[in-house]
Write a protein that binds this ligand. Structure first.
Ligand code: GLU
Length: 444
């Protein structure tokens, strides 16, 4: 296999899908050498079968807004691979959602889920519905309309959706309610559910906490203490919030947060109290991060991203391609020594190149943000055994999983000079697991 050649063919067959091409390119580049050591993989045309999703559903969603207008949106579910378990991955509601974005996310999810040690395949879904400014009643009607189409394709042993950007506990609750009604069964078909109806403790915290646990593992390899370290966090949703919570608990100092309008810089540090305000602002009032700057009198940069501020560590936790090559150069110039991704593919290929060239600690999302889907996997287990585990139990399992992912990245990513290429490590470790499962199951 020549990674470049495979990619050229994929680009011809599936044009106009830049995010999908970007995600595939990164993986193919990392695994090329290992793949070529296994001629049996090539004989089974494994690479094409692994890159092309097994199934894609796309459908029109019709719903009625509060003014009585009839609205339409597009909905999708990508079932990328069920080689190691039922399709698993979140649902994203955002105006930018299209097939390319969901294909990249489902592809990434397949490798991420393989890294978690749990039996989950990869999938992703969503809609170009924009939840901003919508009333709770509109959100509910939209979720119900979405599930009216989706429900026949999912199930506890088939495909288990969860949340992602624009989809939190409220939306999962509405979708689960409609699913339950249509399927006439109470099963763990969604994860990220409310605690009173089968949700797992620590699921809301899991992606952010998991990212910080992964960061701690990386810091350990260089004997660096997280205490007192200034951290640039982007985003202000679920991942960013719980990243900050864990950082504060460990004595680190998050100094930034952002949303699609701009970022805030609080040189004093975002404290526990200030974070509580952010959580209320976002979850209850669904406000903008600008209001933080107004309340606490700190800097707000309209339209900007936080990568130019001075700090020690960066945790991009907003969305794909939010950190480019120039941003990465700026981070390095400012002395950043670790980047751990809470979002999916937040760094562009140029940015990743800068991180690797400078040999900083750099963890790609598919390793560092796997904590969210890991606790989703634990929620599936709890639902199957009809039991709920304690906070402590889930948290200790999450810590163990993140340490295990780190260990696997080191195993496959350690270079001759001892530098750990976590991109390579994560991609090879994830790939090998899925590839071996596919080989064992024959040509299907
Ligand atoms: N959307 C999250 C992710 O990107 C979580 C998926 C899940 O819990 O299924 O991994």
């Amino acid at each position: 296999m020549k990674a470049e050649q495979v990619l050229t063919t994929l680009k011809q067959r599936f044009p106009n899908e830049p995010e999908y091409h970007q995600a595939v390119h990164e993986v193919l580049e990392s695994i090329e050498e290992v793949y070529n050591q296994h001629p049996e993989f090539d004989k089974a045309n494994l690479i094409e079968r692994l890159c092309i999703p097994e199934r894609i559903f796309s459908f029109r969603i019709t719903w009625v807004d509060d003014k009585g207008n009839v609205q339409t949106n597009m909905g999708y579910r990508i079932q990328h691979s069920n080689a190691i378990g039922p399709y698993k991955g979140g649902i994203r509601f955002h105006s930018s959602v299209n097939q390319s974005i969901l294909k990249f996310l489902a592809f990434e999810q397949t490798f991420k889920n393989a890294l978690t040690t749990l039996p989950m395949g990869g999938g992703k879904g969503g809609s170009d519905f924009n939840p901003k400014g919508k009333s709770t009643a509109e959100i509910m009607r939209f979720c119900q309309a979405f599930v009216t189409e989706l429900w026949r394709h999912i199930g506890p042993d088939t495909d288990v959706p969860a949340g992602d950007i624009g989809v939190g506990g409220r939306e999962v609750g509405f979708m689960f309610g409609m699913y339950k009604k249509l399927a006439r069964e109470f099963t763990g078909t969604f994860t990220g559910k409310g605690i009173t109806f089968g949700g797992s403790l620590i699921r809301p915290e899991a992606t952010g906490y998991g990212n910080v646990y992964f960061l701690l593992e990386m810091l350990k390899t260089r004997n660096i203490d997280i205490k007192g370290k200034k951290c640039l966090v982007s985003g202000s949703g679920n991942v960013a919030q719980y990243t900050c919570e864990k950082l504060i608990e460990l004595g680190a100092i998050p100094v930034t947060l952002s949303d699609s309008n701009g970022y805030i810089y609080d040189p004093e540090g975002i404290t526990k109290e200030k974070l509580e305000y952010v959580m209320e602002l976002k979850e209850l009032y669904r406000g903008r991060i600008k209001e933080y700057a107004e309340k606490y009198g700190c800097k707000y940069v309209e339209g900007g991203r936080p990568w130019g501020e001075k700090a020690d560590i960066a945790l991009p936790s907003a969305t794909q391609n939010e950190l480019n090559g120039d941003d990465a150069e700026m981070l390095i110039k400012n002395g950043i020594f670790a980047v751990s991704e809470g979002a999916n593919m937040p760094s562009t290929p140029e940015a990743i190149e800068v991180f690797l060239k400078n040999k900083i600690l750099y963890a790609p999302g598919k390793a560092a943000n796997a904590g969210g889907v890991s606790v989703s996997g634990l929620e599936m287990t709890q639902n199957s055994e009809r039991l709920g585990w304690s906070k402590e139990e889930v948290d200790s399992k999450l810590k163990w999983i993140m340490a295990n992912i780190h260990e696997n990245c080191v195993k496959y990513g350690k270079q001759s000079d001892n530098f750990v290429d976590y991109v390579k490590g994560a991609n090879i470790a994830g790939f090998m697991k899925v590839a071996q499962a596919m080989m064992a199951q024959g040509i299907i």
